[in-house]
Design a binder for this molecule. Sequence first.
Ligand SMILES: [Zn+2]
Length: 723
Amino acid sequence: MRTVSASRSSKITNMPNPSPQTVLTNTFGYQSFRHHQSDIINSLINGNDVLTLMPTGGGKSLCYQIPAMIRPGVGIVVSPLIALMQDQVAALKQLNIKAAYLNSTQSVMEAREIESQLQQGELTLLYIAPERLLNQRTLALIGEIEIALFAIDEAHCVSQWGHDFRKEYQQLSVLHEYFPQVPRIALTATADKRTRDEIIQQLALGNADVYINSFDRPNIHYELAEGQNSREQLWRFLQKSHPRDAGIVYCLSRKKVDAIAQWLSNKGRTALPYHAGLSHDERQANQSRFLREENIIIVATIAFGMGIDKPDVRFVAHLNLPKSIEAYYQETGRAGRDGQPANAWMAYGLQDVILLRQMLQAADANAQYKRVTNHKLDAMLSLCEMTTCRRQALLAYFDEDLAQPCGNCDNCVKPPETIDGKIAVQKALSCVYRSGQIYGTNYLIDLLRGNNTERIKQNGHDKLSTFGIGTEFSATEWRRIYRQLIAQGYLLVDIDGHGSVKLTEKCRPLLRGEQAIAIAKPREEAPAEKKKAALKQAVQPWNQTLFDALRELRMTLAQNQNVPPYVIFHDSTLVAMTEARPETENEMRYITGVGEQKLARYGAQFMAEIKRHPLPELFDNSLSNTVNETLYYYAQGLNIPQIAIKRENSEDTIYQHFSDAIAAGIIDPQALLDLNDDDYALIINTIEYVKNENTDGRLLRPVFEALEAEYTYNEIKCVMASY
Ligand SMILES: [Zn+2]
């Protein structure tokens, strides 16, 4: 069916057979491959099948784009979502790569035009929806042309256990039957061992080269907070960490999506809803604003996000529990694809736990399906309730071992305190037992706290031995205890819909007081401030004006072409421009993300903008960024103690920065330290004197002592740095 052409006429340049490295540098503007990209590309060029698991933001698409450009024929990319296709094609066109897509948004005329280009061999890459590919007409059409490779993106859709299951994906094995010589690559950003095996089996990839990358997304900070009044918590999180950023807020129901989007809008943020209850046009419009404008918040059900390739999503917030760790990992993975710091934040409470347990137990599904999904929910719940490093647990779920705690999750940054919960748990459980195992947690908490409600009186439960035995804890604290007991499987939630709880076998040793149980105490507000502040500094403050100007230029260019801004350049490329401030084409070429096409298209405009915002003289030095940041605040008029507070550093560290700047001749020590001429001369003379006396090189302490502790070590250090 496929004629292997001997000639390998290159589609990129006039050069025959460019190497993957040449394509990477000249076309895409990157200096080096990441992860297993290079091995994957070579496997495909050599005609092998590949299965790759690569984290979001790991550079998946280059793995098939580059071989498609090097091998003869067209690379066919199967993708389940239309927005992703459109963005990728727009991005490829920016690079002058002949790419197109076939999907249901096109008119018949448009589709015919693409098909004719395909027949003429004019395309390098074709993106296509699975159902479109699988129809007989399309299969017949591609049977007549030369095919470089098949790329099956989001391959986990093949798994019937997964939350993204798509029936057509299971039929993609026909590609192997019809086109046995064409190499295939299956890609996914998330798959546990079971899903991985399923992909291999369903897609007949038994002989594929398998490349599994680390699932770790070190730039994402994980925080799973317990949620009383999660809406207010969300607002505080947004105000504190993301006052101006784009992000996604996930909710479980359409009703909640609408309410939260409205509430955020009333508070002055641009928040747009997205769920299956909106019309197609509304959904498209909101998604397109999210992609094309800056600082938009999308409030969505899980229907939103797959295939959204926006690199600068700075946060993903969950107001409900996801159903599995895969779902959580994938949804949070939409944050920080550009590798810059991002937050995965969640607030969940007792009601979420009860609701999900009920939904799963009530679901109309076979026993095996229920077993698997229940197991997945258990894993998700234990991630929530754990008190050790979240990232270690998350990675362990994907069979990956992280040797040390990560230092970038809530439990690492601020380890939760636990208390011995033996007695409290006994009380909570016996209260369930004594009242007959037919009540929900609110009723039980009233019982424990001795609230003599109408219902309790009617039932005569004010006579129970457990009535009022739990006054030492607030209702909120009891709710936390019940949540942990349900999450850990000590209590079973009834599926009658009223949320009554029953004891399970597992809780016997707890009731008998034979098993210790630790109960996590609530975390106090404002964790991780320091870490976030340290991570947040992507654009240096003295470069901020230039960065804003470059972003504005990017927005104008994007609007003129009706493409999302990041298709022009990623934020990380703009940040690199503010740091390197290229003035010539050759310097521009070395900015990561600037290839030959983009250099030709945009280089001059961006260089002109850079020229319009020259680097202030103070920062035109070769000192480190951290020293310059201290200088920045100094130039803003802050004194040393103020700078130390602002930067959350010790004053000693700030003095060290200044002595570096003094040594470089940028700062005058006399002005900095507020020393008059006599003081200054005295210190200088003393240094000279000690220098002549002491030849072993130790100066600081002898000078300090010779000056009889009149001046601090830091002052002396700064003066010494001046000559
Ligand atoms: Zn951690």
